[in-house]
Design a protein around this ligand. Structure first.
Ligand code: ADP
Length: 484
């Protein structure tokens, strides 16, 4: 009984049939003469369906060629074949991947009698490898997609390791700092930070590394032209699924224009307050004097004081008008009320309205019969501004010429003075908002809005505006208007 059990336990046939590998034997002409159950199960065939079949017929086309051309000759000569990789067709048409090891049985003359083969099923491993490969490809293409995106944005972008060493930079980074992607040691980047911002930056940076808090700071960075520009630096810690610190993501948005605009605004507010304060202080002084004289209205100082008060009120009025006009233009609220009128007539009226000292002579030249279809009030504003500027900024030019020219579909109006002129590099900025050639401690009052308003008026009419000037010789301020 015991022997029976033992015999059953070590039943070689049982082991052969149910082993975790596929076993089969081939005759000298490659036909299956024995095959175990495991392999039959893998393939989904009955034993009788495969016995007598050529093993090669179970292989894919490529596998068949390999089997005939390599496996069979090698097996016949070298007796043993190790780990040939094949795919075998199941009965249902699907494939299993296997590794084939085989040994050849030869007779005493070395002639092949049969082949015993063992198959290991590698389908799962193959699928796993395929999955890994696929995931790798997906990760690669995702990385490329993110890099493409990062290269497209106008911000400087980088990532660092958890310890703060830079391990990725985008195209804008290289372009801004004029470096290649490799030259990105932390010291390189820190050398680009303005020295006045560096201490504070390092302080918040170390605090962020210690606490994991996001970082946000305005700093100046040196660009490839050697100019510092304001940037908004943002940096955030990236945690993986287990909550480990893996990377810092950082970006720098260029906010230089924004910061400069704010600075300009502050500067402008200070200029505007100063400009308004001067006539108001003077007006106050005049009123105090008039107050003292209120019981003596026939005092000979009174008319002069009233005249002075009026001049100061006019100044305040002109400044406030400029401010209102500029804000109107800014909001695109300039409405034109057009009519047909004679330009020379308008200019004569205008010269009359502008309070001009007897010392100055305004000479109108050119085509005095020219007519235009435009907003008379606004065009008068432009000409008045050119004339008052000529008197204000070229006080020694006693003659001011106004030329009227017919230029086909346009008329051209030029105001010419023989004053000090304007440096060439300043000319392109003359029509910018708040621009003054000499703004700090200037002896002239003004807000740098006059020419900006003129330009807006002319542009709204579909015309052009400009200036030419030679230092020491004078300036020509001109504008053109379509005739209809
Ligand atoms: P503001 O209202 O302060 O006078 P504008 O916009 O009218 O400003 O003029 C801008 C700048 O252009 C002035 O600061 C002045 O320096 C310069 N400018 C204007 N007209 C003349 C001129 N005829 N000659 C020299 N400089 C001029």
């Amino acid at each position: 009984m015991e022997n029976d059990l033992l015999a059953r336990l070590i039943d070689a046939e049982q082991l052969y049939q149910n082993a975790p590998c596929g076993y089969f034997s081939l005759s000298a002409d490659g036909k299956i003469i024995k095959i175990n159950l495991t392999l039959l199960n893998w393939l989904g065939y009955e034993e009788k369906e495969l016995l007598g079949q050529k093993f090669a017929s179970l292989l894919t086309k490529g596998g068949q060629m390999h089997f005939e051309m390599f496996f069979w000759p090698v097996a016949s000569i070298s007796k043993a074949v190790k780990e040939f990789s094949y795919e075998i067709l199941r009965k249902d048409g699907s494939l299993i991947a296997v590794l084939l090891n085989a040994s050849a049985l030869l007779d005493e003359h070395g002639k092949l009698q049969a082949i015993n083969a063992v198959l290991t099923n590698t389908t799962e491993r193959k699928n796993y490898e395929k999955e890994i490969l696929h995931s790798k490809r997906v990760a690669e293409s995702e990385k490329k997609r993110l890099q493409f995106m990062a290269d497209l944005v106008p911000e400087i972008i980088w990532t660092t390791t958890a310890k703060g060493n830079i391990d990725y930079v985008n195209a804008r980074f290289c372009q801004y700092f004029n470096c290649n992607g490799e030259d990105t040691r932390s010291s390189f980047v820190l050398s680009k930070v303005h020295k006045d911002d560096l201490r504070e930056l390092l302080k918040v940076w170390y605090r962020s590394i210690a606490t994991g808090e996001h970082l946000q700071k305005e700093i100046r960075l040196l660009n490839r032209e050697g100019i510092y520009e304001w940037h908004l630096l943002k940096s955030a810690l990236f945690l993986d699924e287990e909550g480990n610190m893996t990377n810092w993501f950082g970006s720098c948005a260029n906010i230089n224009d924004h910061i400069n605009a704010l600075k300009k605004k502050d500067e402008f507010i200070s200029i505007a307050s100063h400009e308004l304060k001067t006539p108001i202080t003077s007006l106050k002084a005049v009123l105090q004097l008039l107050d003292r004289l209120k019981n003596d209205p026939s005092n000979k100082m009174v008319p002069g004081l009233i005249e002075k008060a009026n001049r100061n009120v006019d100044k305040v009025n002109a400044l406030v008008e400029d401010l209102l006009n500029a804000s109107q233009m800014n909001q695109g609220q300039l409405h034109l009320n057009k009519s047909m009128f004679n330009l020379a007539g308008l200019i004569s009226d205008c010269v009359h309205h502008v309070r001009i000292d007897q010392r100055y002579e305004i000479i109108i030249e050119g085509d005095i019969i020219l007519q235009v279809f435009a907003d008379e009030g606004r065009i008068e504003q432009v000409i008045a501004n050119f004339i008052t500027n000529a008197i204000k900024y070229a006080p020694d030019s006693k003659q001011i010429f106004i030329n009227l020219k017919n230029a086909g579909a346009n008329v051209l109006i030029e105001v010419v003075d023989k004053g000090p002129g304007i440096a060439e590099e300043k000319i392109p900025h003359l029509f910018d908002r708040y621009y003054q050639v000499e703004n700090k401690g200037s002896k002239y009052s003004g807000l740098g809005l006059g020419l900006f308003i003129c330009a807006e008026i002319v542009k709204r009419h579909g015309g052009e505006i400009g200036a030419r000037s030679t230092l020491g010789e004078g300036s020509v301020f001109w504008f053109s208007l379509p005739t209809s």
